[in-house]
Design a protein around this ligand. Structure first.
Ligand SMILES: Nc1ncnc2c1ncn2[C@@H]1O[C@@H]2COP(=O)(O)O[C@H]3[C@@H](O)[C@H](n4cnc5c(N)ncnc54)O[C@@H]3COP(=O)(O)O[C@H]2[C@H]1O
Ligand SMILES: Nc1ncnc2c1ncn2[C@@H]1O[C@@H]2COP(=O)(O)O[C@H]3[C@@H](O)[C@H](n4cnc5c(N)ncnc54)O[C@@H]3COP(=O)(O)O[C@H]2[C@H]1O
Lengths: 141, 141
C-alpha cells in the first residue's frame, strides 16, 4: 500500500499554491473580508500583508461573532472593524519540506494548514480534501 | 495496522448523534439560521423538519450568496427568506451500518455526511475530523 510514501509526502507537493489561494489583507474591513468570503464561497481564508507574510486567518464565524449584539446581528459595524482586530493569529504553520506524518495530526483540528518558507513568506495551503483524496485512492484495492 | 478494521468501521459508531448536532428547521428564516450558525460556531448544519427527517444543509456561504446584491450585502432580506428556499437539498446520505470504505470518498467533497436510518429519520453526522483522528492514531507507529 506504499504507506511509507503516503506519509512522506511533502507539504510543498500537496499544497494549493499562493496564486490560487483566496485571501485578505490584515488592514481590510470586515465588510471587505465578508465580500471576499461570499464571492469565493470559502468559510475561512488566510490573512496576509502586502509582502505575502502570513498574519492569521479570518472566517465567517469570527466575523459574525464580532458583530453579534444583544438583540440582533449589527451589520453596520462591518465597515468599522478591521480584519486584524478579529482574525485568529494562533495558527500552525508548516514548511514546504515538512512530511505528512509530521502535520497530519494538525488536520484533525484545522481544515487547512498554511505553508510558510524559511524566509517567513506564505507559499500555500494544505487542505483536508487533498489528504482525504490521497487516502481514498490509496485504500481502494 | 488493522487497515481492514479501520475501513470496516460503521457510520453509526463514528457519527455525532442527533442530540449533539446543531441544526435548523426548513421553515426557519435565514436570520434565525444565521444566528444558530453564529452561536454554534459551525459554518454549515443539517436542515430537519419537526419529525427529524433530513431535508438538506444550510451554510453561511449559501445564506450570504442569497442576500448579495449588486452594491452591497442586503442584510434586511434575511428575515424575509426561509431556509428551505436556499438550502442545499442534494446531499449524500449513508446508513448507520454503512462501512467507512463505502463512504470515505464522500468526505473528499463533503466536510460531514448525514446518517439516515431505513425509516428515513436523521440519526447523526460523520465528520472529517473523526476520520482524520482515527487515521492519525492508526499511522503513528
Ligand atoms: N469552490 C469550491 N469548489 C469545490 N469544493 C469546495 C469549494 N468550496 C468549498 N468546497 C468544499 O467544501 C469544503 C469546506 O470548505 P471551507 O470553505 O469550509 O473550508 C476550506 C477553506 O477555508 C480553505 N480553502 C480551500 N481552498 C481554498 C482556496 N483556494 N483559497 C482559500 N482558502 C481555501 O480550506 C478549507 C478546507 O478546504 P477543503 O478543500 O478541504 O474542503 C472544502 C471542499 O471540500
Ligand atoms: N465548536 C468547535 N469545537 C472544536 N472544533 C471545531 C468547532 N467548530 C469547528 N471546529 C473545527 O473546525 C472544523 C470545521 O468546522 P465547520 O463548522 O466549518 O464544519 C463542520 C460543520 O459544518 C459540521 N459539524 C461538525 N460538528 C457539528 C455539530 N455538532 N453540529 C452540527 N454540525 C457540525 O461538520 C463540519 C466538519 O466538522 P469537523 O469536526 O470535521 O471540522 C471542524 C472542527 O475541526
Amino acid at each position: 500500500l506504499h504507506s511509507e510514501k503516503f506519509l512522506d509526502l511533502k507539504a510543498g507537493d500537496l499544497m494549493i499554491p499562493l496564486e490560487r489561494v483566496a485571501h485578505v489583507q490584515s488592514n481590510n474591513s470586515l465588510e471587505h473580508a465578508l465580500l471576499v468570503l461570499t464571492k469565493s464561497g470559502y468559510t475561512a481564508v488566510p490573512v496576509l500583508d502586502y509582502h505575502d507574510r502570513l498574519h492569521g486567518l479570518i472566517s465567517t464565524p469570527l466575523i459574525m461573532e464580532a458583530i453579534l449584539g444583544l438583540e440582533r446581528i449589527e451589520f453596520e459595524k462591518l465597515e468599522k472593524i478591521r480584519v486584524e482586530e478579529v482574525m485568529n493569529k494562533k495558527i500552525p504553520r508548516i514548511r514546504p519540506d515538512s512530511p505528512l506524518h509530521q502535520y497530519l495530526h494538525l488536520l484533525v483540528d484545522h481544515p487547512f494548514i498554511c505553508v510558510e518558507n524559511e524566509s517567513g513568506f506564505f507559499e500555500g495551503i494544505v487542505t483536508r480534501r487533498v489528504v482525504l483524496d490521497l487516502l481514498t485512492k490509496k485504500s481502494s484495492f
